[in-house]
Design a protein around this ligand. Structure first.
Ligand SMILES: Cc1cc2nc3c(=O)[nH]c(=O)nc-3n(C[C@H](O)[C@H](O)[C@H](O)COP(=O)(O)OP(=O)(O)OC[C@H]3O[C@@H](n4cnc5c(N)ncnc54)[C@H](O)[C@@H]3O)c2cc1C
Length: 821
């Protein structure tokens, strides 16, 4: 019998979660198609804030990878918005003309961010905060420096401002009301929040009404307030609320009001069409948080699989701000509670404020600032409508105190929780689901629970509760992870152990590693595969064959993928030097392939932006013909060696910094490293090449070369420290090659040099490459071998042109008697 056709419009959080729930209940019932307007897989939208702040990468927040769609036979159409529903014919029409018929249709189209109709709202640099494109636009603006103004002091606005401040912008939040997050916080907590944000570099202006966005040459340059003040900015984020996306439903003449109107089983006014998530209006309420949405998804899955569920009855919500180091939680009602009484706790020294609102012996609302550990517990008391009259005296001190005064051991509080009580608010996971997964799936650790149930996998604030559940269920079988973190969820072994075992046990392929080290997944994951590929390459040069598929996309295609799906190509210019011939070749390529943007990078190179994927081979070939290579410019490998003009041109130059930079770049280029490596050589202590914020820097001085290490100038800003001083160029190159080889062999994958140095210590590095001359020679020799056997894929080989990686190895044996200080 043909399967029923289920079509979902909206590949977001609600659409995919509904499918997961349906598939869990009845995997074979439907032939499923899902349309997404965004050109990407389903991701955890609430984690866009940590992506903006740089605390997570996009890859970390993907919820369902392409394997998931394949495994569950879900036909996915990304980047294809549905534009029309023909209810009579039961067909949906995508923007590009694709038509798909349905028996049942789900609208899961989320919300639109509100754009204030201010003069200037159409200027470049005015963005909202809803999807990855918005985040990428904000990151690009932050990379260019400058000031950001965020209109809206709600959860989203504050997370946006915090993220931008972390990326180095001066961020100002302009809020209409006198209290930040006024729908979740009272005046006292709002005030504390202003102070905490100021410490994080975010300025707040309260009671401020916006009048107009000012611009110049089509780009935002400031925000004018109604009181006449002007706040200059290069980026303006509107975070003033959301509106359920009703357009499609309205055009199909479904019943809509604030959102798409649904009953308790998420059915719209058409019995074949359901709606779920932020786009719906249920019993007059619309929602903008995930916890209620998970409840809706379960109710809808029940309805779609004929399960006799209770349906959806509406939700009480709680809110938690995702700003590192600022603990804010609120739930229930805290204003306008007639006859309500307040319990307030303040600890000024610790910056803690807690307020509970009680009525008729029950908790109605909670506002917590500075210590939100008990947020979930209070939330459960609110939702459960529990009688707290007996516990009122100690309630404000939290769960542990309350339970122990009542003679309970704290873990028995978790034991006493009902199976239906929610543990993870972000993912809507209850105690019963976690315990069930632990017992049924033989789970033994936090990462297992995260992988199987998603509990604790988002904001992480429920981690202590999940650990208590593991302890409760497994008893002594559960040990809280205290040692080094496992490499990824596929293994309990940390990076150091995996690296050591690869060498000690002569493990020479990925399957061999996974078998010997008892990987829990058949093929690893997107975290461990690139790491293992690097560890194997490093351990077995010339033997292990590089697995291009285990590399990140930029490394695979030797070009940097851009937000619009085009690529950027940065031809190498050794040491930052170029010539009329190279410049002509770059100009010709840009014209021939209609490359829309040509830009000078911070690393003294020329970036060709907007290259179409199909044009990449042609671009490389033409650059190649002019002797230019492009491979590895985006890799976990040597990026660039920046130089100043040195003795050739500069009156102050003490050494040939350009010449040394060119030699270093040609020597070091092409060898994979755990993370990107940037170098610079300055010809004198005036340091025009900014060598003291690079992974490795050289400052030339009259007596020779000062070698610096451990700088960073990205999300983290770090000045270098001096590793040693040497008298000759050859010694400088030998020391640097030995340091890089030590880093290659010792650092964990994705660990930048400054982080690695934090672990190993400057003294540890100096001991290995400066003091121990034999070891230095051995490291150097291994580096030369790795260069000689550097493997690349066919495109990179083509991109390499005439220059072989490591071609400029300065010597076979390095001088042992260097003037190290
Ligand atoms: C930055 C940020 C931080 C947040 N933080 C939190 C938090 O801490 N806690 C919390 O509970 N909630 C938070 N939220 C809210 C939460 O992300 C939303 O409640 C949730 O994503 C709503 O799920 P949804 O599926 O209804 O909508 P979405 O996740 O937006 O999914 C809807 C999808 O439908 C697509 N779509 C729209 N129209 C069409 C069409 N015609 N055809 C095809 N596809 C279409 C959209 O492109 C989108 O991908 C946050 C939201 C943002 C933006």
């Amino acid at each position: 019998m043909a399967k029923e056709r289920l079509v979902v419009i909206g590949n977001g959080m609600a659409g995919c979660r509904t499918l997961e729930e349906v598939i869990k209940r009845d995997p074979d019932r439907y032939a499923i198609t899902i349309f997404g307007a965004e050109p990407r897989l389903n991701y955890d939208r609430i984690m866009l804030s940590p992506v903006l702040s740089g605390e997570k990468a996009f890859a970390d927040i993907v919820l369902n990878d392409s394997d998931w769609y394949d495994r569950n036979v879900v036909a996915l159409h990304t980047g294809r918005p549905v534009r029309r529903i023909d209810r009579e014919a039961k067909v949906v029409f995508a923007e590009d003309g694709l038509q798909v018929g349905y028996d049942k249709l789900i609208l899961a189209v989320g919300s639109d961010p509100i754009r204030l109709p201010l003069p200037g709202a159409e200027l470049d640099g005015v963005v909202t905060f809803r999807d990855l494109d918005d985040v990428n636009a904000m990151i690009a603006a932050a990379d260019a420096g400058g000031r950001a103004v965020v209109i809206g002091g709600g959860l989203l606005g504050l997370e946006a401002a915090y993220g931008l401040a972390r990326r180095g912008m001066k961020a100002t939040v302009v809020h209409l009301m006198d209290v930040l997050m006024e729908r979740q916080l009272d005046t006292a907590a709002g005030h504390l929040l202003c102070e905490a944000l100021a410490e994080k570099g975010v300025t707040t202006i309260l009671g401020a009404d916006s009048e107009a966005i000012l611009g110049a040459k089509g780009r935002v340059k400031g925000l004018k307030l109604k009181d006449g003040r002007v706040i200059p900015c290069t980026l303006l984020v509107m975070a003033v609320g959301i509106r359920p996306n009703r357009a499609l439903a309205q055009a199909a003449e479904l019943k809509t009001f604030r959102g798409v109107v649904v009953d308790d089983h998420m059915r719209t006014s058409d019995p074949a069409i359901f709606a779920v998530g932020e786009c719906v209006e249920h019993r007059g309420a619309v929602y903008g948080l995930v916890a209620p949405i998970w409840e809706m998804c379960r109710a809808l899955a029940d309805a779609l699989t004929d399960e006799d569920g209770p349906g959806y009855a509406g939700s009480v919500s709680s809110t938690r701000l995702k700003v590192s180091g600022v603990d804010v939680f609120s739930a229930g009602r805290f204003s306008g509670v007639e006859g309500g009484e307040d319990l307030v706790f303040r600890d000024a020294a610790r910056g803690v404020y807690k307020r509970l609102i009680l009525k008729n012996g029950k908790v109605e609302g909670a506002v917590l600032f500075g210590d939100a550990t008990d947020g979930q517990w209070y939330f459960d008391l609110i939702r459960g409508g529990e009688d707290i009259a007996e516990r009122r005296d100690c309630l404000i001190f939290g769960q542990a105190v309350t339970e122990s005064l009542a003679g309970m051991d704290p873990s028995s509080a978790v034991a006493a929780m009902a199976d239906t009580q929610e543990i993870c608010g972000c993912n809507g996971i209850c105690k019963g689901q976690i315990v069930g997964a632990i017992t049924a799936g033989g789970l033994s650790g936090l990462d297992d629970v995260r992988a199987v149930t998603k509990a604790s996998a988002s904001c992480g604030s429920c981690t202590p509760l999940v650990e208590q559940l593991l302890k409760l269920t497994l008893g002594d079988g559960f040990k809280v992870q205290t040692g080094p973190k496992p490499m990824c969820k596929c293994t309990h072994r940390p990076h150091a152990e995996v690296r050591a075992r690869i060498v000690d046990d002569s493990l020479m392929s990925m399957p061999a590693v996974m078998q010997a080290l008892e990987w829990t997944t058949p093929d690893g994951c997107s975290s461990c595969r690139p790491a293992l590929n690097f560890y194997l390459l490093c351990a077995w040069p010339g033997v292990y064959v590089d697995d291009a598929q285990s590399r990140f996309v930029n490394e695979r295609v030797h070009a940097n993928i851009q937000k619009d799906g085009t690529y950027s190509v940065v031809p190498r210019m050794w040491g930052g030097m170029t010539s009329p011939k190279e410049l002509r070749a770059i100009a010709d390529v840009a014209e021939k392939f209609a490359i829309p943007a040509v830009k000078v990078t911070g690393g003294q190179r020329i970036d060709l932006l907007g290259v179409k994927k199909d044009d990449l081979p042609g671009v490389w070939a033409d650059l190649n013909a002019a002797g230019m290579v492009s491979g590895h410019a985006y890799a976990k490998g040597l990026r660039t060696v920046k130089t100043c003009v040195g003795t050739d041109w500069c009156r102050f130059g003490t050494q040939d910094s350009t010449g040394l930079g060119i030699k270093l770049e040609k020597f070091l280029w092409g060898s994979w490293t755990p993370a990107k490596v940037k170098l610079a050589v300055s010809g004198c202590p005036r340091n025009c090449a900014e060598a003291t914020c690079k992974d490795i820097g050289v400052i030339c001085v009259d007596s020779g070369y000062e070698i610096h290490i451990g700088g960073a100038a990205g999300l983290e800003i770090k000045g270098t420290v001096v590793l040693t001083r040497v008298a000759s160029e050859a010694e400088a190159m030998a020391i640097i090659a030995a340091v890089i080889q030590f880093y290659r062999e010792d650092a964990w994958y994705l660990e930048r040099i400054h982080k690695w140095m934090g672990r190993v210590g400057l003294a540890g590095i100096a001991a290995a490459v400066v003091d121990d001359t034999m070891n230095r020679q051995a490291l150097y020799d291994r580096f030369v071998i790795s260069q000689a056997t550097a493997q690349t894929d066919p495109w990179a080989a083509r991109a390499m042109g005439g220059v072989q990686a490591g071609e400029f190895a300065p010597m076979a044996t390095i001088p042992l008697g260097m003037a190290a200080e």
